[in-house]
Design a protein around this ligand. Structure first.
Ligand SMILES: *Cc1c(COP(=O)(O)O)cnc(C)c1O
Length: 418
């Protein structure tokens, strides 16, 4: 996504809301994540409006961006949370989430995590295997309670997206095959310390094709009918996340309303509450990474490299998925267009932000903004090459608040001993 109403040029300077990005770089240094609070709130409200005719609970997928300030902003809007680990559950609770609006997912929940979720009294835990259902039953028994669960059904549909982010076909590790649903329901009926309250699916991420959801939904609804025929009360029908955003103007994502139009007729007479788990849609376009172009170089054939102070350690997506991110100079001016690779300083050839990109001829020392870095950016950050984690700033109107301090060298080794 290039500019929008939250990130835009004014007199050739790039702004986030009412704050000049160059000023933030000056004050907080680079690389720096800059997040627009208003963008997050606007996306959440748009999502809620689109699906308004449904009795629903929207549980933001915490893994997309789990900064406490982001979670707090969403909790204040009344949003629920989908967490994938004990750590994410801890973050959501710290940010002020209501346990009854938290759902707990994950194929590899440990006993500790299951017990943490039970003690926290989350709305339900999603079950992704027979063994896990038994493990939850045992954990609940030991805590003298009954665990509300939802079976995550793998509907075996193929959604057109990057192969690393499809999750709803039977070659993938996620969920229990729809073909095994009957068996899963039978197991749930025999275990005394689990109570089936819902059915769930999540078919992947950045899905452009609403039809893929419909296909999966039909399968989920048939599992629901089966469950009801066996006497289960399916209170929640969790349709997952995966709603797309625009990363490049030439490939615009369908509007959320397009998905709503398909979902609503199918789901509006459902007795169950519909649970949504959007992640990327809420936060993806709400952050940029500010970075300085440290060096320019050319190889002997004249190929250009723009070497920046951000790296794969701040944004893995180009390396992981060959993802496209717009990159714009923070100061706009007339200049030549070059073709260049924009690369970071980590010791990996895959450490790039753009390959063969047509871009303005930026000078050394100039600031660049890497767009659409709000989802799966900071949450996938690493300390590779002993690079301290970048700072994060949240902008709201004229205000800019440091929501995560830049990591120090001392912090890099704080848990170590010689
Ligand atoms: C990752 C994930 C989501 C969010 O996916 P987005 O593409 O960011 O909307 C929702 N539900 C589950 C179970 C997930 O694993």
């Amino acid at each position: 996504m290039p500019t929008d109403e939250f990130f835009y040029y004014k007199k050739d300077h790039l702004y986030c809301e009412d704050v000049k990005l160059a000023d933030l770089a000056e004050k907080f240094g680079t690389p720096l994540y800059v997040t627009s609070k208003s963008s997050i709130v606007a996306q959440y409200r748009r999502f809620e409006k689109a699906f308004k005719p449904l009795n629903r609970l929207t549980c933001y997928s915490v893994k997309a961006n789990y900064s406490l300030a982001v979670l707090r902003a969403l909790a204040q809007e009344g949003c629920g949370f989908d967490v994938n680990s004990g750590g994410e559950l801890f973050r959501a609770l710290e940010a002020g989430a209501k346990p009854k609006k938290i759902i707990f997912a994950g194929v590899a929940k440990t006993r500790n995590e299951i017990e943490f979720a039970l003690r926290s009294k989350v709305l339900f835990q999603k079950v992704e295997s027979f063994s896990e259902m038994r493990a939850i039953d045992e954990a609940a028994k030991s805590l003298k309670t009954v665990a509300p669960i939802a079976i995550r059904v793998n509907p075996n549909v193929v959604a057109e997206t990057h192969p690393y982010i499809t999750t709803g076909n039977d070659e993938k590790k996620f969920g229990i095959d729809d073909a095994l649903a009957e068996e899963a329901l039978s197991l749930a009926a025999t275990l005394k310390h689990v109570k089936l309250v819902g059915l769930a699916m999540h078919i992947g991420s950045q899905i452009f094709d609403a039809q893929a959801y419909l296909e999966a939904l039909f399968k989920l609804l048939s599992v629901k009918a089966l469950a009801e025929s066996k006497g289960f009360d399916v209170k929640y029908l969790d349709v997952g996340g995966g709603f797309p955003i625009t990363y490049r103007q030439t490939q615009p994502a369908p509007d959320i309303e397009v998905f709503a139009e398909k979902f609503i007729p199918l789901l509006k007479n459902q007795s169950a509450q519909i649970v949504f788990e959007p992640g990327r849609y809420i936060v993806g376009n709400a952050s940029v990474i500010l970075t300085e172009a440290l060096y320019r170089k050319q190889n002997h054939r004249g190929k250009n490299f723009v070497i920046v102070d951000a790296a794969m350690t701040e944004l893995m997506r180009p390396m992981l998925y060959e993802a496209y991110h717009d990159i714009l100079p923070v100061e706009r001016k007339e200049r030549e267009i070059i073709i260049a690779d924009v690369v970071g300083g980590a010791c990996e050839s895959g450490d790039f932000f753009a390959l063969d990109r047509e871009m303005p001829d930026v000078k050394e020392g100039e600031l660049l903004a890497i767009f659409s870095a709000g989802a799966y950016g900071a949450t996938m950050a690493s300390n590779y090459n002993a690079r301290p984690r970048a700072a994060e700033v949240m902008v709201s109107g004229k205000k800019a608040k440091l929501i995560r301090r830049r990591e120090t060298y001392k912090q890099l080794i704080q848990n170590e001993e010689i």
